[in-house]
Design a protein around this ligand. Structure first.
Ligand code: AMP
Length: 379
């Protein structure tokens, strides 16, 4: 039995964005110290860390020095190379393990893994040339979505194919990268399950939540989702099986499409705390961030109880277009909480923070959070 990494120890976080910042806040509250490593300085995680190491993820010597100074390593960013994880692992435990990252950081590997393990995914084909794309479009039929196999998030690196005439342009937009063509799902809802698995295999979850996207970026999460009990149970069971198949330790999120016949289809897996779990910071007994700390440190997992419905709205850099948003107006609405990530430059589409609202019903929670966000815009 591995002994737990106890409070007072140093947790190293690979990545230094808002996810690391919120893990660090939860960890510090429990008495841990935090080191963070990323190529950025003055970072969201660095602001609340004991030490901010600025180095490239593939700077193996820097990663080894980082590993020597900490008791355990976790991450907030899944696109860390296997070499980097392997170098760190020779010195200190890394959770989740490198194979989880390897599978989930590439859409083709992820979808192949899911399909081989019998999980429901949209029909897909691996394409390496314009000819293969034309053949795949023929097989899968249109509409379909072409996505780069490698690094991509928030809809980056993907293009919809409406008819076979779109093939040439779609392939050109991949700029020679390997790609995956998948059937377009005419979904009713986008859902996700954020869950956590401990070192001993214990599993807890936050139930099924509903996600609305705008410009391919998460806009609003509503918890719980307005789905039948059967859909919720199926989504949670699928999530548990995905965690077991991957042998995840820590928090991860499985994103789903719910089609018009109430079938769940897995879109993707994020092997880390997730934007659709941010509401847990204010709405649940134990947040996803604290669970990450507990799980990777080998401690018992906390209660995921959520006393009241909640909704989360992302705050993108666009809100700063006319100057500093009107925080006071938003915060005057009852049960609204503000989270800002400390980013200096508010670029359009950049995640700068989020609002969470709790209420008696899910509809009221959404109304409150949307009203609060509307109040931020100066007139
Ligand atoms: P992704 O980067 O794969 O998570 O995709 C970002 C968003 O694009 C998703 O949240 C969906 O709104 C949309 N999308 C991606 N793949 C599909 C698909 N196969 N069918 C329909 N919509 C999709």
């Amino acid at each position: 039995m591995t002994s737990p990494v106890l409070p007072g120890s140093i947790i190293g976080i690979l990545g230094s964005g808002q996810l690391g910042r919120m893990i660090a806040i939860a960890a510090r509250r429990m008495g841990y110290r935090i080191h963070t490593l990323s190529p950025e300085s003055d970072s969201p995680t660095g602001h609340v860390a004991d030490r901010e190491v600025v180095a490239a993820y593939d700077d193996i010597e820097a990663v080894k020095r980082f590993a020597e100074d900490v008791d355990i390593i976790t991450l907030e960013f899944e696109n860390i190379s296997a070499d980097c994880v392997d170098a760190a692992l020779l010195i200190t435990p890394v959770r989740p393990k490198g194979s989880v990252l390897h599978t989930t950081q590439n859409r083709l590997r992820e979808k192949t893994f899911l399909a081989e393990h019998g999980f429901p995914v949209a029909p897909f084909r691996h394409v390496k040339s314009s000819e293969e794309l034309a053949a795949a479009v023929e097989e899968i039929s249109t509409p379909a979505v072409l996505k780069t196999a490698g690094f991509g998030y928030d809809g980056k690196g993907q293009v919809k194919i409406e008819t076979a005439d779109d093939v040439a342009d779609a392939w050109a937009s991949m700029a020679g990268q390997e790609a995956v063509l998948e059937a377009f799902i005419d979904f009713e809802l986008e859902l996700s399950v954020v869950a956590v698995r401990g070192l001993d295999g214990d599993f807890v979850h936050y139930g099924t939540v509903e996600n609305q996207h705008s410009r391919h970026i998460l806009d609003i999460t509503t918890a719980p989702a307005d789905v039948s009990g059967a859909v919720n149970v199926t989504a949670v069971n699928l999530t548990r099986k995905v965690f077991e198949a991957l042998d995840v330790v820590g928090v991860a999120c499985v994103e789903y499409f719910l089609d018009r016949e109430e079938n769940l289809i897995i879109n993707e897996i994020a092997p880390r705390v997730h934007n659709s779990g941010h509401f847990t910071f204010d709405a649940c007994v134990t947040s996803q961030f604290e669970q990450q700390v507990r799980a990777v440190c080998g401690l018992p997992l906390g209660s995921t109880d959520q006393p009241r419905p909640a909704a989360m709205a992302n705050l993108l850099g666009d809100l700063w277009e006319n100057g500093e948003p009107d925080w006071a107006t938003a915060l005057a609405i009852p049960e609204v909480k503000l989270h800002l990530y400390g980013k200096q430059e508010a670029r359009p589409g950049r995640k700068m923070g989020h609002l969470t609202a709790m209420a008696d019903t899910r509809e009221q929670a959404v109304e409150r959070v949307v009203e609060a966000r509307r109040g931020l815009v100066k007139r």
